[in-house]
Design a protein around this ligand. Structure first.
Ligand SMILES: Cc1cc2nc3c(=O)[nH]c(=O)nc-3n(C[C@H](O)[C@H](O)[C@H](O)COP(=O)(O)OP(=O)(O)OC[C@H]3O[C@@H](n4cnc5c(N)ncnc54)[C@H](O)[C@@H]3O)c2cc1C
Length: 887
């Protein structure tokens, strides 16, 4: 600090120095210039002023809900003092966590401010209900017991320290360095710290157990906002001292390490009110709904306008829940699932989850494990006539999957597993609101919901998925015809227990093919049984209303008594004595499908909402689950900016044909099984006995039932590149683009990211190796880097790994690009990185490709020339084959 002004100097890394000093006009003259560059420096300075003005303009805009923020030097600049970059970093952290909270749906935007806060007693009531459903999101805690008086200082000291500002206030930095943080500490969430305190007489403190209960309640009720909690340990006297705490008190600490709330004494309602009024979290409101929808639906009336979500899922059946799970798995939590049913309905309905569905459900952590705990594993299908077992189909031998069985359990249990997965990830089902209408509103879809006590609310969503079952409201609102037919017979499904165990295999699905029609029977968990059978007009007559008719003009079905059910069951399958009926349903079968799975814009249909059919092959729920996965990853890609909106068109082009095949299969199968003509039955039983022993037939049946054979060959996302195309590629025994990729033959590391594409390169075993292993590794890493986040997993399989080459049916050097849902997107032989890049560019660009990519598009010129140069026979054969050339 000399007479010539202030200067600052500091040693820097690598034996260097940094100096900053100020010069008066005289001294600075040699450094001023009249040149243009000098002017531009001045302009830059003016620019600063403009930006400062800009900042205040933006700040006022922000208060009305704009989306542009300034941080760092863009909104404040000043002299030295070592503050500029540090302040900028802290601006960034402060804004960052708030943006993340809003984007993840943990906090609402402006609309929440219009909601009326709940009274304390209401919140208490809700918090207790929520506790039952809470997961231990907060896992760390410490208790400082009353007995530790030495650690707490003297009674009354807190009053003194408060007024001397010697305690930590709301808004102060929280000294985290005084708390040992466990490795599970989540720094992106709020932390709650409760101190038991020492001045019991003054604050009427709560016991240690009561504090624990409160902490758990708050974690559950915060629905993902609070994730860490500490109730300071009894032995930790220093902690109390360091935090300046004496009385029983609590702190809620923000993700950026500042105290959001300080309370003394500890009161759970204070925290709930704080969360409600400060963050106005969507999920918090949702949780209130799921806890007590009757009481809280009054909130809806106060909602001025709308909740804003990325995806609104209508219907919390297996399809809706899987759609939500797929989005959550992809990191999207700003979603809303609504279901008009107040509670999960305990329906047995779908009994079998097939291998392909299990492979897909495996991605949702804990779901398949939970299913495995309850399910029975069926490996055979058994066909019986009145006298004997006609044939036994060993399905498991042909399920080329990690799951070589069908998992048998009730549909409500599948739903429960998915709901628990969502709950663990902070997403709940909002129960009671029913969708009653929608309209497009500036590109978003504004959906009108009605609660069961007639309150209205609106949700604005970027995308809506109608998973609302066979009587879908969304489908009706879209005015999509649901074409098809009603099968002639009545169907009866009964889930029951018996006094004596039945003579039926529990490793098989049994199909009784009697003269009275079809009957399916399976053992269910807890020594129970499920039977589904059809009744013709004569048998079913007593169960039809003589006067009333339904929408299709058919007599209304009447409820069945236990005796009537027992009579029908004995007639159709095996002698039995029903003890308890666990669930029963009496219905007609509609075989129906829509013409479109989406409206071409932002509304989609999935599951029974777009296809419904007989339960004969156990395909309904499984097909819905796979619709959901197919749509889910594509929605996630679009919402995460990994692809343009045009990717979503492939949902319909891939899943509609699958739905049509299921309708075809079940219509034919059900009509054949229900046929009452004696001659047709005799012929059917004869053919079944004859062909069911043939391995290729069993293999075909297993692949179809297990849904392993589903493929998307005709999809725009399926492409093959060959230098030397195999003859008759459609019947060649290799994995085509569009086929399911048998992931179980690869061992996946813990870093495997199933939400992204996987690239697999084979060095080849046929001697004609083109690129070395090292070169392949270089290519693969380059592609991962150049894929803009689309590819994130890679495998290079070396030649000596003959088993892997065999398992994936490859010989020459080749490569595969596998989609997040486990289907092959691109197959190339030989490996060419440009082919991969072109594939990605053509399909995942922000804008749709100019010329539509047709899956069977053939570069005919290249094709014919190649043929001419090789030989004529090849040329003719190639012209006869379809092919796909992508380059
Ligand atoms: C006897 C029987 C046996 C079966 N066995 C099998 C089997 O073994 N394997 C198999 O895969 N499938 C089987 N199925 C078929 C399977 O049960 C259905 O395919 C499956 O339930 C479809 O699931 P989803 O989620 O699409 O629709 P749903 O399960 O019907 O769910 C629709 C949800 O939407 C809600 N909802 C409806 N309208 C609205 C609205 N307007 N607003 C808000 N919410 C709304 C409903 O409350 C419901 O919760 C069987 C079916 C039956 C009847």
């Amino acid at each position: 600090m000399y007479d010539v002004g202030a200067s600052f100097i500091t040693p820097m890394p690598n034996n260097s120095y940094l100096a900053a000093l100020d010069m008066d006009i005289e001294e600075g003259k040699p450094f001023l210039s009249n040149s243009k560059s000098g002017c531009s420096r001045i302009t830059e300075a003016i620019g600063f002023d403009e930006r400062t003005n800009g900042k205040s303009a933006c700040a006022s805009l922000c208060t009305t809900g704009c989306r542009i923020f300034l941080a760092g030097d863009a909104c404040h600049c000043h002299s030295l003092g070592g503050q500029g970059m540090n302040t900028g970093i802290q601006d960034a952290i402060n804004l960052g966590w708030k943006l993340i909270f809003v984007l993840k749906g943990l906090s609402g935007r402006v609309n929440g401010a219009t909601a009326t806060p709940l009274s304390l007693s209401e919140l208490e009531d809700i918090a207790q209900k929520l506790l039952a459903a809470s997961r231990s999101v907060i896992s760390n805690w410490f208790v400082i017991p009353l007995s530790d008086t030495t650690a707490h200082g003297v009674l009354g000291h807190w009053i003194f320290s408060f007024y001397n500002c010697n305690c930590i206030h709301a808004g102060d930095r929280w000294p985290y360095d005084h708390l040992p943080l466990p490795s599970s500490f989540d720094s992106t969430k709020f932390t709650i710290v409760l101190f038991e305190g020492v001045n019991g007489a003054l604050a009427a403190p709560l016991s240690e157990q009561e504090l624990e209960v409160i902490a758990q309640k708050l974690v559950g009720a915060s629905r993902g906002i609070i994730s860490n909690w500490f109730v300071i340990s009894s032995s930790d006297g220093n902690a109390h001292k360091e935090f300046g705490v004496h009385g029983q008190c609590g702190f809620l600490v923000r993700p950026d390490g500042y105290v959001g709330l300080r309370m003394e004494p500890v009161k759970d309602n204070e925290v709930l009110n704080y969360l409600y009024s400060v963050s106005c979290a969507k999920h918090f409101i949702n949780s209130l709904f799921s806890a007590s929808c009757h009481k809280l639906s009054s909130i809806c009336a106060c909602w001025a306008t709308v909740e804003y979500v990325d995806v609104l899922i209508v219907g919390a059946g297996p399809t809706g829940l899987t759609t939500a799970a797929e989005l959550v798995r992809n990191g999207l939590t700003n979603i809303l699932i609504v279901d008009r049913a107040i509670e999960t309905v305990l329906q047995t309905k779908s009994a079998v989850v097939w291998p392909r569905s299990l492979e897909l459900l495996e991605r949702y952590e804990g779901v398949v494990e939970a299913v495995s705990e309850r399910c029975l594993r069926v490996k055979y299908a058994v066909l019986r006539n009145r006298e004997r077992e006609m044939s036994q189909l060993p399905l498991h031998e042909y399920f080329d999957s990690k799951y070589n069985f069908g998992a048998v359990h009730e549909q409500w249990y599948m739903e429960k597993c998915l709901i628990e997965y969502l709950d663990r990830n902070g997403v709940q089902v909002m129960r009671s609101p029913e969708v009653v209408g929608y309209e497009y509103d500036k590109g978003d879809v504004k959906v009108k919901l009605k609660t069961n006590d007639d309150k209205e609310l609106f949700v604005k969503a970027k995308y809506v998925v109608g998973c609302d079952g066979a009587r879908s409201t969304i489908r009706k609102l879209m005015k999509f015809p649901f074409s098809g037919e009603v099968l002639p017979h009545q169907f009866l499904a009964v889930h029951f227990t018996t006094k004596e165990p039945l003579d039926i295999r529990d490793d098989a699905l049994t199909f009784f093919m009697y003269d009275v029609g079809e009957c399916f029977m399976t053992t269910m968990p807890n020594n129970s049984y499920l039977v589904v059978l059809d009744m013709d007009d004569a048998e079913g007559a007593p169960f039809l209303s003589p006067t009333k008719v339904d929408a299709h003009g058919l007599p209304v079905l009447l409820d069945l008594t236990k005796d009537a059910m027992q009579k029908a069951l004995i007639n159709h399958c095996t002698p039995l004595d029903i003890d308890q009926v666990l669930w029963a349903s009496h219905y007609r079968v509609n075989q129906r499908i829509v013409e479109h799975y989406w409206d071409g814009s932002r509304i989609f249909l999935a599951g029974d909402a777009c296809h419904c059919h007989s339960a004969i092959a156990g395909q309904g729920m499984n097909t819905g689950i796979q619709d959901a996965v197919n749509l889910g990853w594509k929605l996630a890609f679009v919402l995460k900016g990994l692809s343009g909106h045009h990717l979503l068109a492939s949902y319909e082009s891939e899943r509609l044909p699958v739905g049509e095949q299921v309708i075809e299969l079940t219509t034919g199968g059900q009509k054949m099984a229900s046929n009452r003509n004696k001659w047709v039955q005799a012929l059917r039983n004869c053919v079944v006995s004859l062909i069911a022993s043939k391995p290729f037939v069993v293999s075909r049946i297993a692949q179809t039932l297990g849904e392993i054979s589903i493929s998307y060959h005709n999809s725009v996302l399926s492409a093959e590149y060959w230098r030397y195309r195999p003859w008759f590629p459609s019947i060649s025994n290799y994995i085509h683009a569009g086929d399911r990729w048998p992931f179980h033959h690869l061992s996946l590391s813990t870093s495997f990211d199933p939400t992204k594409f996987t690239i697999v390169l084979f060095e080849g075993t046929n001697g004609a190796t083109l690129l070395s292993l090292c070169e392949l590794e270089v290519i693969v890493k380059k592609l991962v880097g150049a894929s803009s986040g689309i590819i994130s997993n890679w495998f290079v399989i070396p030649s000596p790994d003959v088993n892997a080459h065999k398992a994936f049916k490859v010989h020459g050097q080749c490569g595969f690009l596998v989609r997040p849902d486990g289907y092959v997107g691109l197959r190339m032989e030989p490996i060419d990185e440009n082919v991969v890049l072109n594939y990605l560019r053509g399909r995942f660009s922000a804008e749709p490709p100019k010329a539509p990519i047709h899956p069977w598009a053939v570069d005919w010129m290249q094709f014919m020339l190649a043929g001419l140069v090789s030989n004529k026979a090849h040329f003719i054969l190639m012209c006869m084959c379809y092919s796909k050339v992508i380059k």
